[in-house]
Design a protein around this ligand. Structure first.
Ligand code: GLN
Length: 279
């Protein structure tokens, strides 16, 4: 990651924190989940859950530091446009949906793939990122070159993720080694704990450009196209609609692309597809 990206995103967070501090007195509480059939209405403040670590979407550059990342910039921009304050909470990825069902969190942005099963528990905005899965193997491995070579292998991944599901349902005889945190999954492949890792392509690719440089490499094609959505607790249709409007505006006016370039260093090649999939 280059320092320009780091500085830009840190400045954006600092600005948001200042703004939030200045307006803290008008916080509207966190009872947005109880709106029922009237669409929920809009509150001044929402509890937003994110993942403890999913590079480069949400992570801390140093322990105890501010959360930064693509998701953090996206949700701050949406919050500014819709007009709400954010109370950011971090939790293990597999705790996010349960926390939304109990009303602990109103909104979640965590590189979360939109799936029919999750739609039973939460609502989703329109897609905000077009993703897929990728295989990572030790840099010196030449035995695994595609998804077919994963049959019967031990594959590191994360608990509660779409990749863990994918391994169970699609890879013959494979053993998923599921970890709560991704650094554990990557360490497993770097050591003797797994033959490969299967996870979200942008995460595997970013990891290999940063902490995993020289240790892992990606092989094979992108597997299973996936869309990320922002999850909203059931019964908040007005909030989903307002967020969708802001997201579509950000994509149209170039703000989305600016944020994307800060974290991924280039424009999204699927921008037209993303624009076409907005409500
Ligand atoms: N996109 C993946 C999923 O939804 C992983 C997200 C994550 O680890 N934060 O399961």
């Amino acid at each position: 990651m280059n320092s320009t990206r780091r500085i830009t995103s840190t400045a954006a967070i600092a600005a948001t924190v200042l703004l939030a501090g200045g307006l803290a007195g008008c916080s509207g509480g966190d009872d947005a989940g109880e709106g029922g059939g009237d669409g929920g209405g809009l509150e001044d403040s929402y509890t937003v859950a994110t993942d403890t670590s999913f590079v480069p979407f949400e992570f801390q550059e140093e322990e105890g530091g501010e959360y930064v990342g693509f998701d953090i910039d996206i949700i701050n921009e949406i919050a500014d446009r819709v007009g709400f304050e954010i109370e950011l909470e971090t939790t293990n990825f597999d705790g996010i949906i349960p926390g939304m069902q109990t009303g602990t969190f109103d909104i979640a942005i965590a590189g979360m793939t939109i799936t029919e099963e999750r739609r039973e528990a939460v609502d989703f905005t329109s897609p905000y990122y077009k993703s897929g899965l990728r295989i990572g193997v030790p840099a010196d491995d030449d035995t695994i070159t595609s998804i077919d070579d994963l049959e019967g292998k031990t594959i590191a991944t994360r608990l509660g993720s779409t990749s863990a599901n994918y391994i169970e349902e699609n890879i013959e005889g494979a053993t998923p080694n599921t970890y709560e945190q991704l650094d554990q999954a990557y360490l497993a492949v770097e050591g003797d704990g797994a033959d490969a890792v299967l996870y979200d392509a942008p995460n595997v690719e970013y990891y290999i450009l940063t902490a995993g440089e020289g240790k892992l490499k990606t092989v094979g094609e992108l597997i299973e196209a996936q869309d990320y959505g922002i999850a909203v607790g059931k019964g908040n249709e007005e909030l989903v609609t307002a967020m969708n409007e802001s997201l579509a505006e950000m994509i149209d006016d170039g703000t989305y692309t600016e944020i994307f370039k800060e974290w991924f260093g280039e424009e999204p090649e699927w921008l037209d597809d993303l624009a076409a999939s907005q409500d």
